[in-house]
Design a protein around this ligand. Structure first.
Ligand SMILES: [Zn+2]
Ligand SMILES: [Zn+2]
Ligand SMILES: [Zn+2]
Length: 87
């Protein structure tokens, strides 16, 4: 199994909001929220129309996000494409 080699980029971040700021600006809606573990950016998931979490990875190169949906503690490394556990 592949291992994530980017855990050193995980910071003690808190979500700035429980909303996708970029979708709010556009007047759009989202499905689920993802938190960037490097800078605290909150973006919407790939099931959402605008995929702002993935766009944030491409623009910032911050590799690791986690779900901030209630009861969910999984994360994802975009570079290694492995699931992480933040429980
Ligand atoms: Zn990784
Ligand atoms: Zn969004
Ligand atoms: Zn980030």
């Amino acid at each position: 199994m592949k291992e994530c080699t980017h855990r050193d980029q995980i910071r003690d971040v808190k979500p700035r909001s429980h909303a996708c700021g970029e979708c709010l600006k556009m007047g759009d809606t989202w499905v689920h929220l993802r938190l960037c573990m490097t800078c605290g950016h909150v973006g919407c998931c790939d099931s959402s129309k605008n995929k702002h979490a993935t766009k944030h990875f491409h623009s910032s190169q911050h590799p690791i996000m986690r779900s901030i949906e209630p009861g969910e503690s999984w994360g994802w490394c975009y570079i290694d494409e492995v699931e992480l556990d933040f429980a």
